[in-house]
Ligand binder design. Structure first.
Ligand code: NIG
Ligand code: FE
Length: 436
């Protein structure tokens, strides 16, 4: 049979295959290695995976990529990013190095609010241009699908502008983007001391407008006429932490979002344990993210649930902290763990999933195989795309990366350089032949 593209003779091809849904517990260590492996692609989907001699016996293609001496695996899925923002916070980084804490900077009007000011002020095309440069680096490091949150607008028009930026980037760029509404990322300065009133705005004004696909951004100042929505968020997230939103406020936002049919996510236990993980399980959230200071009881509860735990080891690293998600306990209790960058201008400006894997191996004691499962299959499940991407199985999108190494354990082992040589997105080669 004719295919459009064949990748053949991989030293190791990792399928990360296995039934439906995420891999849990000990199953995370099984990445499905095929030596001298191959795969064939037709119309952007995988039509065959297996030993090279078997695939080549059944398929021919005009384009055959020789992966001799290389590792082939699913493109990374980054299930937690704040990709879209304007400006930077290099000055705050310098303050933190000198001893100021993230929460002190936030309490004095910097932090997230500093990026909110820059993002509100940026024209849409500028916001898209700055974010596209980051998305290009994500792709170069092997990410083929990413979740992207709003949350630097914190007023309806600016949140819609962020959604418009996500929609434009999704349309223009090979990386598939999954939008999440994070209106409850911080209490904006104009609501200081009135957090409950800001939650009213999120629940009564922003969520209905955004979830019902209201009104495009950009048709005029404060124009809420029924243009098609730039993009309807799939998920709603909330930053449940000290200095952000309480457990009760988080519950209000998530319950309202659930009533609109949105999937739920939560930033839980990044700085202080407020009970966000338990809430995620109770509400049936698709994921609970951060989980740095989660109690052993809640780790156990999460592990027994269908909610995926998303660890973001770039964030404690970026903050210079020493406490990481207790991933071993979570996996050993049978949990489904995913990994993400948390790419954002405050705590973790990192576009590289290979670097996140290197951190996860060292500080969360994942094996390279577990970390790869967490960054591919389980990450796809954490954004609701487990049936589409995240593994190399017949019928799935041909989202594939080729590493310039012959043993998958070099992922994790090495860091600071980019092992990703070739990136294939929906069957198209979108990065070729260089590790720069
Ligand atoms: O995931 N915790 C909240 N949000 C981000 C930080 C965002 C920022 O500082 O701009 C995080 O760490
Ligand atoms: Fe985050």
């Amino acid at each position: 049979m004719q295919a459009e593209l064949i990748i053949a003779h991989a030293a190791q091809l990792l399928t990360v295959a296995g039934g439906h849904g995420p891999k849990r517990g000990t199953a995370m260590a099984d990445v499905g290695i095929i030596e001298d492996g191959a795969l064939a692609v037709r119309r952007g989907r995988i039509v065959a995976v297996g030993p090279t001699n078997e695939v080549l016996a059944d398929f021919a293609a005009a384009r055959v990529v020789d992966a001799r001496g290389k590792v082939v695996l699913p493109g990374f899925v980054d299930p937690h990013t704040h990709l879209v923002w304007a400006g930077d916070r290099a000055g705050e980084f310098e303050q933190r190095v000198a001893g100021a804490t993230y929460m002190e900077i936030m309490a004095s009007g910097g932090g997230i609010m500093s990026t909110v000011r820059a993002t509100r002020a940026a024209p849409l095309d500028e916001l898209v241009a700055q974010s596209r440069a980051r998305l290009d680096r994500m792709l170069a490091h092997g990410t083929t699908t990413a979740e992207v949150k709003t949350g630097y607008g914190l007023e309806l028009q600016a949140e819609l502008k962020m959604l418009a930026a996500i929609a434009l980037l999704d349309a223009q760029h090979p990386v598939d983007l999954v939008p999440t509404f994070l209106g409850a990322h911080a209490v904006p300065a104009e609501y200081a001391g009135r957090a409950d009133e800001y939650v009213d705005l999120v629940v009564d004004v922003m969520l209905p407008a955004i979830a019902q696909g209201v009104k495009g951004y950009g048709s005029g100042e404060n124009d809420l006429t029924p243009n098609p929505s730039p993009i309807t968020p799939v998920f709603c997230d909330v930053f449940c932490d000290q200095g952000a939103f309480t457990l009760e406020q988080s519950r209000r936002v998530l319950e309202a979002a659930r009533a609109y049919g949105m999937g739920l996510k939560i930033h839980a236990d990044e700085f202080e344990p407020l009970g966000g993980t338990r809430l995620a399980v109770e509400l049936g959230a698709i994921s609970a993210d951060h989980l740095v200071c989660t109690s052993p009881e809640e780790i156990e509860l999460l592990a027994q649930s269908d909610t995926i735990g998303v660890a973001l080891p770039g964030t404690p690293f970026g903050l210079g902290h020493h406490q990481y998600t207790p991933a071993r306990a979570f996996i050993e209790a049978g949990g489904a763990l995913a990994l993400a960058t948390d790419l954002n201008p405050g705590t973790c400006w990192c576009e590289s999933m290979p670097f996140i894997i290197a951190l996860a191996c060292r500080y969360m004691h994942l094996t390279p195989a577990e970390a790869i499962t967490a960054a591919t299959r389980n990450a796809a499940c954490a954004v609701g795309l487990g049936e589409e991407t995240g593994s190399l199985e017949v019928g799935k999108r041909a989202d594939v990366i080729i590493l310039e190494v012959d043993d998958y354990r070099h992922l994790g082992y090495r860091f600071g350089t980019n092992p990703v040589q070739t990136v294939i997105k929906r069957g198209e080669i979108v990065k070729e032949g260089s590790t720069a």
